[in-house]
Write a protein that binds this ligand. Sequence first.
Ligand SMILES: NC(=O)c1ccc[n+]([C@@H]2O[C@H](COP(=O)([O-])OP(=O)(O)OC[C@H]3O[C@@H](n4cnc5c(N)ncnc54)[C@H](OP(=O)(O)O)[C@@H]3O)[C@@H](O)[C@H]2O)c1
Length: 313
Amino acid sequence: MGQIGDGSLVEWVIRTRYTRAVMLKNLNIAIIGAGNIAEALVSGLLKKRVVQPSQIFATDVSESRLKHFKTQYGVRVGSDNAQAAKWCDILILAVKPQVIDEVVVGLKLPARSNPLVLSVAAGVPIERIQSKLRSTKHIIRVMPNTPSIVLEGATALAGGPGVSSQELEIGKSIFEAVGKVVVVEETHIDTITGLSGGGPAYVYVFIEALADGGVKMGLPREVAQLLAAQTVLGAAKMVLESGEHPGALKDRVASPGGTTIAGLHSLEEGKLRGTVINAVQSATLRSRKLGKLGQSRHIASRKNGVGRAKRAT
Ligand SMILES: NC(=O)c1ccc[n+]([C@@H]2O[C@H](COP(=O)([O-])OP(=O)(O)OC[C@H]3O[C@@H](n4cnc5c(N)ncnc54)[C@H](OP(=O)(O)O)[C@@H]3O)[C@@H](O)[C@H]2O)c1
């Protein structure tokens, strides 16, 4: 598969104006790196019947990961990244940032091969991947988060040079299998890393603290934890499904002189909002710094003729 005439199968699917629902039915997807994010994607795509197992080829250096993907999901597996890249219409790079350079170089994509490339590698700019490929490819940078594993991910996509809106739609179709998706400019990806990339960790701390409060006031730990986690889930659903401003929803549950406004007062005294805003800002700045570090190491390694970038994240 892969080529029709001079164009890629992705282009052909776009030309024939397939709807998003059926778009992916005709495309083969290779995933390089059968780790956590790859498993979330494969599991979501198959569970939601967006693609068939025969449309997925997962590669990894670990035999046990390949065995797991084969037995659990029935997808094609192998250790030859170049073979998978040649076979596919959509190529998902899901290895760690510190090995991405050598992995991309090792793909040895022929100049005429035109898969749509999606990279989830944190802190790795599109330009860096482009420079490692032998010819101009259409690349989409993706910032997913770990709740993708339970199909409640928050993912941002940014298209590189030449990426069409239809190609972004294909990218969206893939990540919508594991949650909600937004399309942004690449310049926003560091902020998104600081918000939804790190966000699950911030929320885990909030859930833990909420449960600790219950325990302090006499609740058994498992009861407190269940109530805390379900409260966060329910409040998030209220925001997403009502479309209302969270402040308006907050006002509705805070009755005059009541218990909730007393609790809210304590949160304000503890500067919860300012602290959370600072958390997103700090993580964003850190992501920018690591991206620049990775970039300068990448440039240095190119100058020194060294293929493998050092750990940047
Ligand atoms: N997890 C997240 O929440 C999250 C969020 C945003 C972005 N990301 C990005 O997503 C990417 C994958 O993250 P992850 O958490 O899924 O990592 P992971 O679980 O470590 O998965 C990466 C897999 O790639 C394998 N691998 C290493 N070298 C390879 C090679 N040359 N060819 C093929 N496979 C190779 C690794 O094997 P070994 O372990 O044996 O080396 C591992 O199984 C990273 O770039 C990360 O920055 C992750």
